[in-house]
Write a protein that binds this ligand. Structure first.
Ligand SMILES: [Fe+2]
Ligand SMILES: [Fe+2]
Length: 324
C-alpha cells in the first residue's frame, strides 16, 4: 500500500501560526497527534528517525538469538524461542508501518540501515556464543526494552504509542521466558550455573548502554521531551532498570559484574559504577564484534527476497485494479 498523502501546509503559509498553535495545544493537553494532523517538520523528522531506529533494532535483534533456533536443547525451548523471534519480526513491521504514516518509505529505510545511514541498538552487535545468552537476552535486553518502551505507550504520536501497547505486552513474555530459562539453568548443574554467570558478565554493561548516552551528552532529549515523544531521560530510565534488575539478580543467584553496585538508603536507589562510553561509541560507530555480520545478513535478506516483494506488490496492484 502506498504511504498516505499527508495534508501539510507549506512552510511559511499564513495559516502556519494557527496550525503551530493547535499542535502546541494538543501536546499541552496530552492528546495524540495523528497522521493527518499538521506537525512541525522537526517533530516529523525526529519521529521518523526514532521509529525507524526502533524498527531496525527489532529486525536486527532477531539475529543474535535466531542463531540458537536450530540448536535449542528441546522442542519446548525451540517453540518458545521461535515465538519470541517471530514477535520481534512483528514489532519491526508495526514500527515500519508507523514510520510510513509519517511519509517515510519502508524500502528506503531498509536501504539507509544497510548503508549505515540509520542506526539500530548497539546491543545487537554482541555475539551469542553460549545458550545461556538466550536467557540473559530475554531477562536483561528485553527487560531494558520494557523500561524504555512502557513510557512510549504515552508518546504524543498516536500510531507509535498504539504500536507500543502491543509490543510491550509481548516484551513482557520475552522477559519472563528468559528469566524462566535462567531459573531452570540455575537449578541445574554447576556447569549450567557457570554458563549463566559467564553470560551475565558479558551482557550486563552493554544492557546499561541500551538507554543511550548520559543526559548531559544527549542533545536531543530536551526537545523530544517537550514534544512528548520521550517521557523520561536516558539516565532516569537506566536507573529504573538497575533498581528493577538488582533484586532479580539476587533471587536468581548471580553476581552483577560491578564492584561499585551498592544500595543507597538516602535516595532509595541502587548506585552503580562508571559505564565505558568509549565502548558504546565504538560499537555504535560500527566497530563492535558483530556489526559487519549483522548488516551483511540483513543485506542478503533484502537482496535474496527482493522477488517476493516484487511478486506481492504486483499481486496487490492487480487486486487494486479490479473494481469491488
Ligand atoms: Fe521487540
Ligand atoms: Fe523482545
Amino acid at each position: 500500500m502506498p504511504a498516505p498523502t499527508l495534508d501539510r501546509q507549506p512552510a511559511g503559509s499564513p495559516d502556519e501560526a494557527a496550525l503551530q498553535q493547535q499542535f502546541a495545544a494538543t501536546i499541552a493537553a496530552d492528546r495524540r497527534i495523528e497522521p493527518r494532523d499538521w506537525m512541525p517538520e522537526g517533530y516529523r523528522k525526529t519521529l521518523v528517525r526514532q521509529v525507524a531506529q526502533h524498527a531496525h533494532s527489532e529486525i536486527i535483534g532477531m539475529q543474535p538469538e535466531g542463531d540458537w533456533l536450530l540448536a535449542a536443547p528441546s522442542l519446548r525451548r525451540k517453540a518458545v524461542l521461535l515465538a519470541k523471534v517471530q514477535d520481534e519480526a512483528g514489532h519491526g513491521l508495526y514500527l515500519y508501518s508507523a514510520a510510513e504514516t509519517l511519509g517515510a518509505d519502508r524500502a528506503d529505510l531498509t536501504d539507509k540501515l544497510i548503508e549505515g545511514r540509520q542506526k539500530y541498538s548497539s546491543i545487537f552487535n554482541y555475539p551469542t556464543p553460549s545458550y545461556a545468552d538466550v536467557g540473559v537476552i530475554g531477562w536483561l535486553v528485553d527487560g531494558a526494552a520494557i523500561c524504555n518502551q512502557v513510557p512510549l505507550c504515552r508518546s504524543s504520536y498516536g500510531p507509535y504509542a498504539r504500536a507500543m501497547i502491543r509490543v510491550c505486552k509481548e516484551e513482557s513474555f520475552h522477559q519472563r521466558q528468559g528469566y524462566e530459562l535462567l531459573m531452570t539453568m540455575m537449578r541445574g548443574t554447576d556447569e549450567q550455573r557457570a554458563m549463566v554467570q559467564e553470560s551475565v558478565d558479558r551482557w550486563w554493561w552493554p544492557s546499561l548502554m541500551m538507554f543511550g548516552p548520559p543526559d548531559d551528552e544527549s542533545p536531543n532529549t530536551a526537545q523530544s521531551m517537550a514534544w512528548g515523544i520521550k517521557r523520561h531521560t536516558n539516565d532516569e530510565l537506566r536507573q529504573r532498570f538497575v533498581d528493577m534488575t538488582v533484586p532479580q539478580a539476587q533471587f536468581l543467584g548471580v553476581t552483577l559484574p560491578d564492584p561499585d553496585l551498592a544500595w543507597d538508603e538516602e535516595s532509595g536507589h541502587w548506585r552503580f559504577g562508571a559505564i565505558d562510553w568509549e565502548e558504546f561509541k565504538r560499537v555504535l560507530g560500527g566497530q563492535g564484534p558483530m556489526n559487519d555480520v549483522r548488516i551483511a545478513r540483513r543485506r542478503a535478506a533484502r537482496d535474496d527476497n527482493a522477488w517476493v516483494v516484487e511478486a506481492a506488490t504486483a499481486h496487490a496492484r492487480k487486486h487494486e485494479a479490479v473494481p469491488a
